[in-house]
Design a protein around this ligand. Structure first.
Ligand SMILES: Nc1nc2c(ncn2[C@@H]2O[C@H](COP(=O)(O)OP(=O)(O)OP(=O)(O)O)[C@@H](O)[C@H]2O)c(=O)[nH]1
Ligand SMILES: [Zn+2]
Length: 352
């Protein structure tokens, strides 16, 4: 029956539920994202049983909680745990002001697949990775998910379909087209700017650019994104051909709200990698397969890739795009971005 939601549709719906503050059912557990949980819903969750707070291994490290599950810890709630307690565990903003949150006791027994799936779902919703779970029967109206299926769906690669394309003359290159691609999993759309008419049988001058609202649009001095974007378009304009993929993976995949949380932590003295870890994220949460899929979809098999990030080169090659050359994309330093660029070179392997 085609009118019943598919797995991809159900997972996408669950992501929207969590963002709104509506719990979902995962493997016999009710799961609510801490970031969007209301006091009224927390009170109702507590009537169902003893909830556990699931956080990532990264966040557990900062909180000095033992993580018995791979990449994850299930924290037991003390009797006095209220919304403020949960938020303080989820959000590192106040860590330095109130460092002592423990001792925290964590669960080690039982099947943790529902907890893993709930955490993966919160991350894919670009919420703080902290979810409250309690075993329960499904109240009417909640989205119901099977944990193994959620994990498989979120780890899978979405198919990308072209939606629309049109000529778009740019300052950097008059003969340009903008293509919009839509994934079949309810995720963000991605864009391709095709400059000139690059031959499909050669190595195309290409850039995989991850969205940076602050750098690309506002001209932020904290990163190198804006100047990289302009320099890449200018180089393609000069060469008369190229393709720039604008991938909507803001903040290395954690979303703009979490990136601003990371910036607030950077104001407290943490570097870009430490800030991601304290929030409970990995250094880089981007799905690098998307770029390869889009290039293949556009008919390219080989690229001269404009990047300083060797992981992007490796990823393209792993996913069917030959990289005949890495073209460095070095932009000017300033006093706001120099520490950030040093950290990328020291910790993330960037060639700067
Ligand atoms: N989480 C987080 N993301 C950031 C920070 N500064 C910039 N970003 C994001 O980092 C990403 C940078 O993307 P790219 O320039 O395409 O990638 P890159 O890994 O730097 O590699 P290059 O191709 O060499 O530029 C963008 O999504 C930015 O929004 C930060 O301090 N924290
Ligand atoms: Zn940026």
């Amino acid at each position: 029956m085609s009118l019943i939601p598919t797995l991809a549709e159900t997972v996408s719906r669950a992501r929207a539920d969590l963002r709104m503050g509506l719990p979902v059912m995962i493997g016999g557990h009710l799961a609510a994202a801490v970031e969007t949980l209301s006091a009224a819903r927390l009170a109702d969750v507590k009537t169902l049983g003893q909830p556990l707070l699931v956080i990532t291994g990264r966040r557990a490290e900062t909180l000095k909680a033992r993580a018995y599950d791979p990449g994850m810890a299930r924290v037991m709630l003390p009797a006095e745990a209220d919304l403020a307690w949960l938020r303080a565990l989820a959000d590192p903003a106040g860590d330095l002001m109130t460092p002592m949150k423990g001792p925290l006791f964590t669960a080690r027994d039982g099947d943790s697949t529902p907890h893993q799936a709930a955490l993966a779902l919160a991350k894919s919703a670009q919420l703080l990775p902290a979810v409250l779970l309690v075993p329960a029967h499904a109240p009417a109206g909640l989205t119901v998910l099977a944990p193994g299926q959620v994990l498989a769906q979120l780890a899978g690669e979405a198919a990308m379909a072209p939606v629309a394309a049109a000529r778009l003359p740019l300052l950097a290159a008059e003969n340009s087209r903008l293509h919009i691609f839509r994934p079949d999993d309810g995720g963000a759309e991605h864009y391709a700017i095709e400059i000139g008419d690059p031959p499909r049988d050669g190595a195309v001058l290409a850039r995989l650019h991850s969205a940076c609202f602050t750098g690309d649009v506002l001209g932020s001095l904290k990163c190198d994104c804006g100047p990289q974007l302009q320099a890449a378009l200018a180089a393609m304009g000069q060469a008369g051909a190229g393709v720039l993929l604008y991938l909507n993976q803001e903040g290395r995949g954690i979303g703009l709200a979490n990136k601003m949380r990371a910036y607030a932590l950077q104001n407290q003295g943490f570097d870009t990698v430490e800030a991601n870890h304290r929030l409970g994220f990995e250094d880089d949460e981007r799905d690098f397969r998307i770029g390869a899929a889009l290039l293949r979809r556009m008919g390219f098999a080989s690229a001269r890739l404009m990047t300083n990030n060797p992981r992007k080169v490796a990823m393209l090659q792993d996913h069917g795009i030959a990289v005949s050359e890495r073209v460095p994309l070095i932009t000017a330093r300033n006093r706001h971005n120099t520490g950030y660029l040093d950290t990328k070179a020291e910790k993330s392997g960037h060639l700067l």
